[in-house]
Design a binder for this molecule. Structure first.
Ligand SMILES: Cc1ncc(COP(=O)(O)O)c(C=O)c1O
Length: 392
């Protein structure tokens, strides 16, 4: 069945973090009084009907007690990875978690100490910094990605040097990369695995964006990049893929017995909400076709946004991402201060993006992050508003 992703779903009055403070109904998106939000990485698109039905079934039970994962959950997870990625997992490797950031946080907190260095490669999802510094009192060790005309690559010498320092104990990888849109190749991933392992650095691979890829792209789960798994934790979730972030359902996958034993002792009992359990089972068994259609719609949005920008805001530099539904927009050619770029977009155009400094505090001032998984008409309205403020 063809899914109608052009449908505009009301999000006002649904506790949506993204639509808080936007001043009106999502259906009223043409009204300039309503701010248009593209800042939060969740979708304004209805989630798949089988998941909605699964939520109804859970609600109809009328009791929402402590819930544990079943064999069906584990099987759904394993068969999804077998079917979509050709990766064979074992049930005991899978550890459910309330969202992917809690699994990342638990991994770093379990295997490093206060004051240790944790490597990240900026520009990268800003919450990694918050997690390392504010939640865990570790130190961010940034290995800046190299920007080659909007295509971001690892600085291997700097990465090797950072891993070699004994006080740097973990590396958080964003794969695919938010906000720069890279889908790391198997060769790049294998090299990260080799360097970290040789230097006794834990590699935590946050793969929440792995299912949203452009046509022709292939995501390699970190466990497929090597068969030496004793420093690897893969974190994955249904949150982004199926637009169920509010259910906070993610999983850490840890094949190494020793690593997993230590992690699970620290991490606790792995209870999930019954809604999360039912959603994951449905997502991983009934929603392949929906996801394939979603991917084409998102790619259509990305192409439409880039075409619009090339025509109406040609000074904005943007490269089509390989994966994710995120655009990383470079406004530097306008020659404006970061504050002025912000003012024009957020106050004049009344469009909410995310300042680049969230993901790259030192060099992100001229960048803005824009999440595009919404009805195309809303996306184009947001872009039109921006163009008016920059090209008038
Ligand atoms: C790379 C990355 N990791 C984690 C998260 C947060 O995921 P969760 O809500 O599952 O903690 C996000 C959300 O944008 C993200 O982009």
């Amino acid at each position: 069945m063809k899914v109608n992703f052009d449908e505009i779903v009301e999000r006002q009055g649904t506790y949506s973090a993204k639509w808080m403070g936007t001043g009106g109904s999502s259906l009223d998106y043409r009204n300039p009084a309503v701010k248009l939000p593209f800042q939060v990485a969740d979708m304004d698109l209805a989630c798949p009907e089988p998941i909605v039905q699964a939520m109804h079934r859970v609600a109809d039970h009328r009791i929402f007690g402590y819930s544990v994962r079943t064999e069906e959950y584990t099987e759904a997870f394993i068969t999804w990875y077998r079917r979509r990625y050709g990766l064979e997992l074992k049930g005991e490797w899978i550890l459910p978690s309330h969202g992917s950031m809690s699994a990342v946080n638990a991994a770093v907190s379990t295997f490093t100490n206060v004051g240790d260095g944790v490597i990240i490669c900026r520009p990268v999802y800003g919450h990694f910094t918050g997690c390392i510094e504010e939640e865990l009192y570790r130190r961010v060790v940034n290995v800046q990605l190299i920007n080659r005309d909007g295509y971001y690559e690892m600085d291997w010498d700097a990465f090797e040097a950072a891993c070699a320092r004994p006080e740097n104990r973990a590396f958080i990888l964003c794969s695919p990369a938010n906000p720069v849109g890279r889908v790391w190749t198997k060769e790049e991933l294998a090299r990260m695995c080799e360097i970290t392992r040789r230097n006794h650095v834990l590699l935590v691979s946050d793969e929440v964006h792995c299912d949203i890829l452009m046509a022709g792209q292939h995501h390699t789960p970190i466990l497929q990049a090597t068969d030496a798994w004793d420093n690897l934790i893969m974190v994955t979730g249904i949150n982004k893929t199926f637009n169920v972030a509010g259910l906070a359902c993610a999983n850490a996958v840890i094949p190494d017995d020793n690593l997993r034993g230590i992690f699970s002792k620290e991490f606790g009992h792995g209870l999930l909400s019954p809604f999360s359990i039912a959603a994951l089972i449905s997502a991983y068994t009934e929603c392949d076709e929906w996801l394939d259609q979603l991917r084409s719609y998102i790619e259509g949005n990305i192409d439409a946004a880039i075409a619009f920008l090339r025509e109406h805001m040609p000074k904005v530099k943007v490269r089509k991402p390989e994966g994710t539904y995120i655009l990383w927009l470079d406004f530097s050619a306008y020659g404006l201060s970061a504050e002025e770029i912000h003012r024009r977009i957020y106050e004049e155009a009344r469009v909410l993006l995310q300042d680049g400094t969230v993901h790259d505090p030192d060099r992100g001032g001229q960048f803005q992050r824009m999440c595009v998984p919404c009805a195309r008409a809303v996306l184009l309205e947001g872009l039109r508003r921006m163009a008016k403020e920059f090209e008038a």
